[in-house]
Structure formats: structure tokens, C-alpha cells
Design a protein around this ligand. Structure first.
Ligand code: F6R
Length: 604
């Protein structure tokens, strides 16, 4: 979603801002803008990509050393230059991520202003300007006073030609990171925009504001009381956010899964000693033993990861009831939390608004909250009581792939640690440990067959409809596969429990559909085959993805030779990821930034 960058220092701000905005492009956006200041001020905005913005740059003001920039994913008002940030009102230029919920009421109170955009951000800029006009008020004072009147969420960066040496930033519910460089200060909503310049960062907390000047940062709260800020190391590097020879981030991230999974498991699964170690859970054996209910809360792919992991966890923690909850639904439902419950929040970005809202709700009810998070230092990671960083590295492609594999694995590890505390047979734990040990190599072997899957994708690239189906652990794989195909290829795809097909969806089967069936040799093979046969009988075009050596009556069969008994779904899932990728490429789509989508959904 929207991205913020800012710079104060000796370099040319325009260049730093544009480079930063390009690093944030992956998040998805529909317009962009920058403003830089020294003796004069230059504001540039454009609908579309950062490249369109770049075309507007002339030689004027290229030496300015202070500026802010933004990529906008439209919420209030269409994508257009008029609605693009920065918004300029009076002496204030403002970029903003999030939503100002009471902007209509505020707008009525700001009758002296003429608004030219449809955005809530312009209203906030006017509010700041109205307070900035008062005597002896500095930009940071105007910002704190304005933010006290605001309802909603924000990450903001503001500057003014009246105080051209500073950028003021603040956050509530939307990330804001201050990069502390040598004689320079950077700001960004995502560490990816900072790491070319510095790996020292202050992660602002909700309700904090920072006044950034060249090489100096003052952090305060909204009462303008100083806050001592901790400078932390950003745990990523430039290589991790570059394509490294691949055509797209999506294929890079699919192909790197053997390594990213090794990082997830490293130090946590100790095969030689039959040990599992998850220090970050912050739960002792007694607390783990007491757990009787687990809420797994997430959105999209992360929620399918939760669903898949539940199939495993409920097998080996047989006194535990698991509820998988889609965060956008749970947050508005009235639900009971039984005694001895914990809640696990699964999120790649650690910033998803609905997941965060559920986390707040669970915390307010005193429930112990754990996080399965990829982005280090993200809001969810900071707000939970404990958890597991999945360490899959930055995921740049909007469609989530490597995070899924790592999320499922991390969740299963949490379940196993709990099962051990509850006295599960070590034999079973050892079986999982062996499978986790073998899984990265199995992924590698399967991914190496990518050209074969590309050829199969060719057969199906012109269809406009698809049904994905599976049973048991293959059901969440079907849901995830369907999501991957629809979001990257724009083929209308439904994920189904195979057994549900004849309760409705089988009515759709005709020549315009193809069906992908995930068939597990070790679980419900015959049952799933009976669904395949039903589809065949109605003229369906079935692509079977399986680990079974048996004869399978389907139009196309992808057979994966796997020694695994338990974790095969994660192997079949990478076939499905590659299949979606190759179809999306063949259809000429923007595979890394599919239309209308954003990485990290920070508004509800
Ligand atoms: C799909 C996808 C989304 C995310 C969802 C949750 O490929 O990427 O469905 O999984 O928006 O995002 P996180 O995991 O960042 O909370």
C-alpha cells in the first residue's frame, strides 16, 4: 500500500527520494509525488508509476537536501495527480499513510480553506496549517496539536518552507522508521527504502513523533515530552531486495524457498538431539501444557497457512481446539474466548490492519498473544507477547509464496513444542523432525523441474475459469493455489474442499473450466480420486498434482516423487506456485504487482 520516504542531509534529496520510492514500488500504488525544499520549493506529482514522476523532473532544485515523497494506493478519491501526495496547504506539505476517519467533521471546521482534492490527507494538512499559523508554533507543535484532534490511523511526514531544514514524522497504526545516517536522516514506511543509506534505525511507536534534521533525531510523544529512542539494526541487506538475475521477484521468491525454509528451521529443529527450540514463545512448559484453545488469526495466504497448520496441530495436540479466523470477520464478531486460550497472529508484513485490530482486541481481553511474523521489527511482532520470526527474508512480490511455506512450518513447530510439553510420544516428534530435515531438499528437487511445469502451464493459460480442489491438508493447499492463480493471472478461480464439489460447484464444470486436484497418496487418496472421476465424467479438464505413484485418470498428471508422509502439501504447493507464475507471465500480466493489489494491507 502507500509508501513514505523522506530525507534531510547533504545529498540531493530528489535522487534519494526517487530511489526510495522505487524500493517501495513493490507495495502497490497508483500515483506518486515528492516535494523538496531549500531556498525555494519544488512539488512534483504524477498519476501512475514513479517513472512518470521522474519524467517531470527538470534541473530546478535538484540540489535541495530536504524532501518527502509518497506512493499512493487510492482510498479517498480516484488515482489522479490531484489526489496524489504530497498535499500542500498554506505552509504545510504532507504525505500520509492510513485513514483519517473524522476528516469530514474536521473539514467542516476548516471552512476558511478551499480543498482541491478528495483526500482525507489534504484535510489533515489544512488542520496542521491552521495551527501552524499561531504565534511561536513550530511545525512539530502544529503536528502534535493536530494529531490530538484526529481519529484514525496515520504514518505521516510533513515539511514546511518556513522551517526548511527539518522533516516531522509521526505514527499511529501505520509504520514509520527513521534511518540514522552519518550527517543525514532518512525516513520511510518500510526499511527497504533505507538500507541503501544506513542500517541504523529508530522504529517509531504509536503516538510518537520525530523531528528529523541532518544527522539528528528528536523523538517525543503527542504531549511533546521527550522519548528516549532506541537505535536498532535493520536486519536485511540490499541483495535480499533485488531480483538477482530473475525476471521477477515472484519467481525469485518461489525458487529461494529451500533456503528461506532452512532459515526458518535453523537452530529450531536440532535433528541429532531430537530437539525443538523456540525461545521467542516466552511460554514455559506449564503454560504450554495448559493451553486448550488456539485462535489462529490472519488474512489471505497467511490464513491459509494457519488452516493448513491446524490439520497437523490438532492431530498431535488432541486436547486442543483450534479456531481459524479471518481477521476482517473476527474483529466485528461477538465471540467468546474460553479459558486457557491463546491467540496466534500470522502475518508476513506484521502490519495488516485487520490482523492488528484482532490483536488489540485479544490483548484487551487479557489473552496471551503470539505472532508468526516475517518482517522483523514490524508492529505485530512488537505488540505480541512472544512468537516466532519466520526469517523468510523480505518478500517483495505482492503475491505471497515463500512466507506461506515458512509460516506453515513455524506454526507446526509451535504445535510440536506444545505437544512435547503435553507429553506427546517422542517418536512422533522425531518423525516431524526427519520430515523438516528432508523438506528443503525435496522443495529443491521439485523446483528444479520448473521448465516441465512451465510447459504444462501453457496448456491451461487461455482458460478463464478454474476450480482447485483437495481434501484434508490438501484443502488449504487448494485454497492457497486458487488465490495464487487468481491474483496473478486474473483467471477466475475457486478453491474448494473436494468433497464439497457436488454440493454446488460441480454445476460449473464445462469446457471453459479446468480443475486442479491435489491428491495425497497417504491421505484420502480414493476419496479425492472419486471427485476427480466425477469431474471427468462431466467433461472436465483435470490437472492432477500428486505424490502418488498410482494410475490417475486425469487430463494431465504432475507427479512429485516425495519420501514425505506428512509435509507433502508444502511440496505440492510449490508446483502450484510455479504453475500460477508461468500462466501469469504467459498472459502478459504484471506478476509482481498485480492490478488493484497492495503488499501489506494497512487499511481495513
Ligand atoms: C496473497 C497475499 C495476501 C496476504 C494477506 C496477509 O498472495 O499476499 O493474501 O497473505 O494480505 O498479509 P500479511 O501476511 O502481510 O498479514
Amino acid at each position: 500500500m502507500c509508501g513514505i520516504v523522506g530525507y534531510v542531509g547533504p545529498k540531493k534529496a530528489q535522487e534519494v527520494l526517487l530511489e526510495g520510492l522505487k524500493r517501495l514500488e513493490y507495495r502497490g500504488y497508483d500515483s506518486a509525488g515528492i516535494v523538496t525544499v531549500s531556498s525555494g520549493i519544488t512539488q512534483l506529482r504524477a498519476k501512475g508509476k514513479v517513472a512518470e514522476l521522474e519524467q517531470k523532473i527538470t534541473d530546478d532544485n535538484t540540489n535541495d537536501g530536504v524532501g518527502i515523497g509518497h506512493t499512493r494506493w487510492a482510498t479517498h478519491g480516484e488515482p489522479s495527480e490531484r489526489n496524489a501526495h504530497p498535499h500542500h496547504v498554506g505552509d504545510v506539505y504532507l504525505v500520509h499513510n492510513g485513514i483519517i476517519e473524522n476528516y469530514k467533521e474536521l473539514k467542516q471546521q476548516l471552512a476558511e480553506y478551499e480543498f482541491v482534492s478528495d483526500t482525507d490527507t489534504e484535510v489533515l494538512a489544512a488542520l496542521i496549517d491552521s495551527l501552524y499559523k499561531r504565534e511561536d508554533v513550530k511545525l512539530e507543535n502544529a503536528v502534535t496539536q493536530a494529531l490530538k484532534l484526529v481519529e484514525g490511523t496515520y504514518g505521516i511526514a510533513a515539511l514546511s518552507p518556513k522551517e526548511p531544514h527539518k522533516v516531522v514524522v509521526a505514527r499511529k497504526g501505520s509504520p514509520l522508521i527513521v534511518g540514522v545516517g552519518d550527517g543525514e536522516t532518512l525516513v520511510a514506511s518500510d526499511a527497504a527504502a533505507l538500507i541503501a543509506h544506513t542500517d541504523n534505525a529508530i522504529y517509531l511507536k504509536d503516538g510518537e513523533l520525530a523531528v528529523c534534521t541532518a544527522g539528528n533525531v528528536e523523538v517525543m510523544n503527542l504531549d511533546e515530552q521527550p522519548v528516549s529512542a532506541i537505535v536498532e539494526k535493520i536486519e536485511t541487506n540490499l541483495e535480499a531486495i533485488e531480483k538477482q538475475g530473475y525476471d521477477h521477484f515472484l519467481i525469485k521468491e518461489i525458487m529461494e524457498q529451500p533456503d528461506t525454509l532452512r532459515s526458518t528451521l535453523s537452530g529450531r529443529v536440532v535433528k541429532e538431539q531430537g530437539l525443538l527450540r523456540l525461545g521467542g514463545l516466552n511460554m514455559n512448559e506449564e503454560e504450554l501444557r495448559a493451553v486448550k484453545n488456539i485462535f489462529i488469526v490472519a488474512c489471505g495466504t497467511a490464513s491459509y497457512a494457519g488452516q493448513l497448520a491446524s490439520y497437523y496441530i490438532e492431530q498431535f495436540c488432541d486436547d486442543v481446539t483450534i479456531r481459524n479466523e479471518v481477521a476482517s470477520e473476527l474483529r466485528y464478531r461477538s465471540f467468546n474466548v474460553p479459558e486457557n486460550s491463546i491467540a496466534i497472529f500470522v502475518s508476513q508484513s506484521g502490519e495488516t490492519a485487520d490482523t492488528r485490530a484482532c490483536l488489540q482486541e485479544m490483548k484487551s481481553r487479557g489473552v496471551r498473544c503470539l505472532g508468526i511474523v516475517n518482517a522483523v521489527g514490524s508492529t505485530i511482532a512488537r505488540e505480541v507477547d512472544g512468537g516466532v520470526y519466520v526469517h523468510a527474508g523480505p518478500e517483495i512480490s505482492v503475491a505471497s509464496t515463500k512466507a506461506f511455506t515458512s509460516q506453515v512450518s513455524a506454526l507446526v513447530l509451535v504445535g510440536l513444542v506444545m505437544a512435547q510439553a503435553k507429553g506427546v510420544d517422542q517418536e512422533l516428534v522425531n518423525q516431524y523432525i526427519d520430515e523438516f530435515d528432508a523438506l528443503p531438499d525435496e522443495l529443491e528437487k521439485t523446483l528444479a523441474r520448473h521448465e516441465e511445469f512451465q510447459a504444462i502451464a501453457k496448456k491451461y493459460e487461455r482458460y478463464d475459469n478454474a476450480i482447485y480442489m483437495g481434501r484434508d491438508t490438501m484443502f488449504p493447499v487448494a485454497l492457497e493455489g486458487a488465490l495464487k492463480l487468481k491474483e496473478t493471472s486474473y483467471i477466475h478461480t475457486e478453491g474448494q474442499a473436494a468433497g464439497e464439489l457436488k454440493h454446488g460447484s460441480i454445476a460449473l464444470v464445462d469446457d471453459r473450466f479446468f480443475e486442479v486436484a491435489f491428491i495425497d497418496e497417504h491421505r484420502l487418496f480414493e476419496k479425492t480420486m472419486s471427485n476427480v472421476i466425477e469431474v471427468n465424467a462431466r467433461g472436465g479438464h483435470v490437472l492432477a498434482i500428486t505424490n502418488s505413484p498410482r494410475d490417475i485418470d486425469a487430463e494431465t498428471v504432475v507427479r512429485v516423487e516425495s519420501q514425505l508422509q506428512l509435509l507433502t502439501p508444502l511440496v505440492l504447493n510449490v508446483v502450484s506456485q510455479l504453475f500460477a507464475y508461468y500462466i501469469a507471465v504467459a498472459r502478459g500480466n504484471d506478476v509482481d504487482q498485480p492490478r488493484n493489489l497492495a503488499k501489506s494491507v494497512t487499511v481495513e
